[in-house]
Design a protein around this ligand. Structure first.
Ligand code: ZN
Length: 139
């Protein structure tokens, strides 16, 4: 199945110099006045809140951590699924599952109207980055 957007995580790769985007293989921009689509979970689950708290502590991703024995299996599984790409695009905090997916059609490496998917820990982080991108486009 063809991926319909460019993951923003790809744009963070420091050595990325060549990216073939022509012709644009992603979702076309259908309505030129609406360059952003936001999909947000209204409420973060208790499991996700607990996982983020453990991730913020920094020690719990190590399965040999002494406290792992007392963690519920569901939390151990969630911690095991977190990878380096599970980072909020704005505040850089880790999560197991993002609360917001933000699709923004923007210019990438000189190609216009590329659908880029950003993931965030919260709608506040999404709005901050969106405002930065819009001010960068207008300057
Ligand atoms: Zn965030």
């Amino acid at each position: 199945m063809l991926q319909q957007w460019l993951p923003a995580e790809l744009l963070r790769l420091p050595k990325l110099t060549i990216l073939s985007l022509c012709p644009n293989p992603f979702l076309p921009l259908e309505n030129h006045t609406r360059r952003r689509q936001v999909f947000a979970q209204p409420v973060c689950s208790l499991a996700e809140i607990a996982t983020r708290q453990l991730l913020a502590d920094g020690k719990w991703t190590d399965p040999c951590h002494e406290g792992h024995a007392i963690l519920p299996c569901g939390l151990k599984e969630r911690l095991g699924q977190v990878s380096l790409v599970n980072i909020c695009e704005q505040c850089k905090k880790q999560y197991a599952s993002s609360s917001v997916q933000d699709f923004i059609w923007q210019t990438v490496k000189g190609t216009h109207d590329i659908a880029v998917r950003y993931r965030f820990c919260s709608i506040q982080c999404s709005n901050i980055l969106h405002a930065k991108l819009m001010s960068a486009d207008n300057s």
